[in-house]
Design a protein around this ligand. Structure first.
Ligand code: CUA
Length: 156
């Protein structure tokens, strides 16, 4: 079978790109490059927002100097807490769960972006290098009030 030179060159480029992307994914999965979101835990969506002490009282908790944990409940159509305050440069780990339907947890202008599935706790960790006000958005369509679903992070 004859393959023209240009076609062979482009096939080669496509293969190199594929290998490059696979490499990035493999390296990213092996070394934790900041915020690979993950399902940290299985919970009961019917009781998590009332009986689980972390999510019955959603909050920011300082676990050590420069390290914070934030417990967030994403529900139709709001996030609790509505305002989160953390210092710039600190390691911040969000634990997010939903008692109702699928939601998104995206912090606009940052690397934080995860899916929130009822029955699971989504864990996402990272840093806010610069002070400012960041918008938390739901980026999964979750019903008629989806576009109203937001909160904010105040980075001091
Ligand atoms: Cu929650 Cu869209």
């Amino acid at each position: 079978m004859h393959i023209a030179l240009y076609e062979r060159i482009w096939l080669g480029i496509a293969v190199v790109i594929l290998i490059l992307f696979l490499g990035v994914i493999t390296v990213g999965a092996m070394v934790n490059i900041g915020n690979m979101p993950g399902m940290a835990e299985v919970v009961n969506p019917d009781t998590v927002a009332t009986n689980d002490p972390r999510f019955a009282n959603p909050r920011v908790e300082q676990v050590s100097p420069g390290e914070y944990e934030v417990y967030v409940v994403a529900r139709m159509y709001s996030f609790s807490p509505r305002e989160i305050e953390v210092p710039a440069g600190a390691q911040v780990t969000f634990y997010v769960t939903s008692p109702d339907v699928l939601h998104g947890f995206e912090i606009a202008g940052t690397n934080f972006n995860a899916m929130v599935t009822p029955g699971y706790v989504t864990r996402i960790s990272g840093k806010f290098p610069k002070p400012g006000e960041y918008l938390i958005l739901c980026n999964e369509y979750c019903g008629q009030g989806h576009q109203m679903m937001s909160a904010k992070v105040e980075v001091k």
